[in-house]
Design a protein around this ligand. Sequence first.
Ligand SMILES: Cc1cc2nc3c(=O)[nH]c(=O)nc-3n(C[C@H](O)[C@H](O)[C@H](O)COP(=O)(O)OP(=O)(O)OC[C@H]3O[C@@H](n4cnc5c(N)ncnc54)[C@H](O)[C@@H]3O)c2cc1C
Length: 594
Amino acid sequence: MNAPLPRNITNVNVYNDVAKVSNEVAGQLARNLATQTQGEVLFSNADKGRYATDASIYQVMPVGVFVPRRIDDVKTAIDICRDLNVPIVARGGGTSQCGQTVGAGLVVDYSKHLRSILNVDVDQRTAEVEPGIVLDHLNAALKKHGLWYPVDVSTSAQATLGGMAGNNSCGSRSIAYGNMVHNVLGASVWRSDGALLELGRYDQASGDARALGDYVKTLSDELRPELEAHWPKVLRRVAGYNLDIFNNQSEKPYTPDGSVNLAHLMIGSEGTLGLTRSLTLKLSELPRTKVLGVVNFPTFHKAMDSAQHIVKLGDGTLTAVELVDRTMIELSLQNPAFAPTVRTALIGKPDAILLVEFSGASKADLIPKIKQLVELMGDLGLPDSVVEMMDDAPQKNLWEVRKAGLNIMMSLKGDGKPVSFIEDCAVPLQHLADYTDGLTEVFKKHGSKGTWYAHASVGTLHVRPILDMRREGAAKMRAIAEEASALVRKYKGAYSGEHGDGLCRGEWIEWQFGPKINKAFGKIKNYLDPINLFSPQRIINPPRMDDTRLMRFAHSYKVIPITTALDWSAWNVQNNPVTEQTSAPGTGGDAASG
Ligand SMILES: Cc1cc2nc3c(=O)[nH]c(=O)nc-3n(C[C@H](O)[C@H](O)[C@H](O)COP(=O)(O)OP(=O)(O)OC[C@H]3O[C@@H](n4cnc5c(N)ncnc54)[C@H](O)[C@@H]3O)c2cc1C
């Protein structure tokens, strides 16, 4: 009666195959979900279209969308999908930049109804939450206790805790608080066979959780020399699975006391190992006050070279060192909403600025830190380069501009847009200036240019080369990625330092870790999800990053000529990334007139 989906869902053509044979199965799936759960069942083309994209360049039509109303609806959906052999792609806010949440299965959207705070223990500073809760909502609720969840991603208004866990997200203040993995104490997770795993400390685990821990420990111990040889030794590394929980390789160990927490296996697993029922989080005390020093640099290279010295000012009070480059400064100055704020941070016309934040108990305690920063910059040959922001309001305004960094960057006019695919490589700080110089040369060679911003404190700079994905973008993307990866290897960095693997970096996992560790990742997947129900072809057996069939601008993409009622000619231009010249309004050759 029901045409089955292909058994081998790791087949490279999985997306096409599922899409072709799914009509009957989709009908059955929708009926089963509607009759056996209380969730919303969305299978119209408009609904599927809404969920076919995320914040990446990719686009894949799902079989359908399910919005569970109660957490146990998720378990029922797993059982139904297992019976019908339909893959499941979990989704929170859908703000992933690498295509983690697009896929031709059933998309399960946690963000609408599954957003309760189940428990807050103020004394122990912990909270248990449903995965669909948005970070800003959680922090608003915690404020009255003087607590917060400190993994402060820029998408805090949209990102869910489940999605942040899925991606092992990292905030601007990770130098002080660590990444998601450092701030999760427990996870309750469904496997694809429907069993619920309670994951926490390994030394207290029993039953299935203990067996999982033993299995991964054996894999990790056997591969210890490989881990030591191939695992990037930086704070920011989010690729693959956290096989090193048993043999720590990170600059910042996963737990302060060296214990092993099995929930950490799920962090960064991108929905491929299990679906989260709840998360137990480690909370932090809200900083009482902050001060900000904005360092203005005459050259980008000098800013990058200075970061390694600035982080040494940290004695527990340094909470952020964030970069904003000249392109972003100029784009912000062209935006009436941001211009007045940006001007408060500038001395003349800097090539880059670093936002250096200290947090502590009182302004009086922190003023000496700003003085130290000023002295340091003088020693580094840059006297009078620091704008001192002691009051809260101007600091808050400037952080809003920094948080809007990507939106500001995307306001660039012309068909070429900043594209995300090597946007979060992390290198040790002493190599940051050489790495950014090297990558700038790579961009030039390919007729492009990168705009740089974000986490200088931990060597993770967001950079997006400007490419036209409607034309030759995909081909250039691969060439640039290959040269960027060589630089990452030269400086012993992590190819994926913040945003995860998804569709665009999955194929680099084996490159980064080598075949033996990659095989062990496959074994972990097979142990927890042997039927490959959860997000197939993510992390294990990924597609090529430049497979245009999976992109928004596929080969078949055509611009439809339209005549607009409003004048968009200012956007109908071409922008040359190398010369930085923009052609005259109306000359961009866009059939849609801009
Ligand atoms: C403008 C912009 C700025 C950004 N800034 C940052 C930043 O500062 N720091 C940073 O780290 N990232 C950043 N990102 C990336 C992204 O916002 C983060 O990774 C974010 O935490 C993802 O949250 P989400 O709810 O949107 O997750 P989604 O994108 O919906 O999902 C993320 C992953 O988690 C999985 N998942 C979701 N829910 C569950 C669940 N319940 N069970 C199992 N798996 C699940 C998904 O399948 C997917 O693999 C940024 C992205 C954009 C577009």
